[in-house]
Design a protein around this ligand. Structure first.
Ligand code: UD1
Length: 420
């Protein structure tokens, strides 16, 4: 078992580059299944979720090469349309493979992803959309058995009741080689969708995105292409929050500021000075942060649910009362109990969190409850007085590459220790 030991209270200063986006690379890896030949993905972050996806591709029979941040995937010869129960449990987001598996193999066998740390995570929208496109899917005893009686998906008009990111990706992956045209209405508009579409288009797909409407004209086959994974906007927001709580001055580089256009004004509202260039943001924090009067998470282009936890942590140290409303997931506040152990004053009820800012937090032994909750604890620990020991790092390692190295370079006292 490993823990992060963080001695807080040190001002962060300097430059830090973000890695490729976790939420972009997972669907991109699923998409490589559709393109004949060897696709090359660059800027692939070293994350346990990426390891899990590569394991899934290998189980299908794909050939994988990995060198630094570049991953080469060739699906030629892949012939096992199964995701094992163990991998499905480890990576609930592997449901994003469903559309691609069916398009490639004509069938797919996997277990139901079940609930997760953020509450129940249904896949009804994924299944209903794929069924409308001609899939036959049987759900029995937690297993999914999906087949395409005609061998190919059938283009049609699909309307999502909610702009689900994963369901949009699954429809896109099903539609690119479908027979005919698919029109997806109320599609998610997250930048990771555009990144997926960019790779698929480079492979020969015919995709048009117009706000929440995605039109895909199916083509018979895709050919491998090269693609650089977009920068991780949530990692960027996390580093900015870390700078904000430590009275720091940090430049986050290699990002796309437009992707965090709804996050940056919140930092300004808290009294931070921001300077933006084409691919970087510099944040200079005030001696005391101001409260966030009201923050509601929304589908893109609204405030991203994944960035709310580090911002809520910043609010625990702000002057005054902040209010957060989570509108995407049911149980997003599990980490708040750990923040309270560190001296934060937060009350939650359902999807609402009310944060009374305190002057300081204090180091404690805490555990990550989920990925973004883990990031919130790191941000809190960097600001806290004394030492914080953070356990259950497997959550954090799913989504933050080289976290200790990056923060150490900014002046944080952070190290990972292994305990037997
Ligand atoms: C993706 C991101 C995750 C982010 C989320 C929202 C990845 C790997 N993960 O997750 O980090 O927090 O988008 O931006 O990209 N829902 C249903 N039925 C469905 C599908 C979803 O009810 O069939 C609900 C979910 O329970 C949730 C909401 O819709 O309450 C949003 O889910 P969705 O947009 O699908 O998120 P994910 O793709 O799972």
């Amino acid at each position: 078992m490993s823990r992060l030991l963080i001695d807080g209270g040190h001002r962060l200063n300097g430059e830090i580059a973000v890695h490729g986006a976790k939420n972009a690379v997972l669907p991109l890896l699923a998409a490589t299944l559709l393109a004949d030949g060897e696709s090359l993905l660059h800027n692939v972050p070293a994350l346990s979720d990426v390891d899990g996806c590569l394991e899934i591709l290998q189980q299908f029979g794909c050939r994988i090469r990995r060198e630094g941040g570049t991953v080469a995937v060739s699906p030629n010869g892949a012939d096992r349309p199964i995701i094992s129960d163990a991998l499905m449990r480890k990576m609930r987001s592997s449901i994003v493979f469903l559309g691609a598996m069916m398009a490639r193999f004509g069938e797919a066998y996997l277990s139901y992803p079940g609930g997760c740390e953020l509450g129940p995570r249904p896949i009804d929208l994924h299944l209903s959309a794929l069924r409308q496109m001609g899939a036959e899917i049987i759900e029995r005893r937690g297993q999914l058995r999906a087949t395409l009686p005609n061998g190919r998906f059938r283009g049609c008009t699909v309307s999502l009741a909610f702009p689900s990111v994963g369901a949009t990706e699954n429809v896109l992956l099903a539609a690119v080689t479908a027979e005919g045209t698919t029109t997806l209405l109320n599609a998610a508009r997250e930048p990771e969708i555009a990144d997926l579409a960019a790779y698929l288009s480079a492979c020969g797909a015919d995709i048009r995105i117009d706000g929440g409407t995605v039109t895909v004209r199916g083509v018979p086959r895709l050919t491998a292409a090269e693609h650089t994974v977009m920068p991780d906007r949530i990692e960027a927001a996390t580093y900015l929050a870390a700078a904000a709580v430590t009275e720091g001055r940090v430049t986050v580089t290699d990002l796309c500021p437009a992707h965090i256009a709804t996050i940056l004004p919140i930092f300004s509202e808290m009294g931070c000075q921001l300077k933006t260039s084409a691919d970087s943001v510099t944040l200079e924090a005030p001696p005391r942060l101001k409260r966030i009067p009201y923050l509601r998470t929304m589908p893109y282009p609204g405030f991203p649910t994944d960035a709310a936890a580090p911002l809520l942590t910043a609010a625990t140290l702000a002057k005054g009362t902040s209010v957060f409303v989570e509108s995407i997931f049911e149980c997003r506040y599990k980490y708040v109990g750990e923040l309270i152990r560190m001296g934060a004053h937060v009350q939650t009820e359902g999807r609402v969190a009310v944060v009374e800012g305190v002057r300081s937090l204090s180091g404690a032994a805490v555990d990550c409850t989920d990925l973004r909750g883990g990031a919130a604890l790191v941000v809190a620990a960097l600001a806290a007085e004394g030492r914080t020991a953070i356990g259950k790092l497997e959550h954090l390692d799913r989504g933050y590459a080289a976290l200790e190295d990056g923060l150490s370079a900014l002046g944080a006292r952070i190290r990972r220790v292994s305990e037997s």
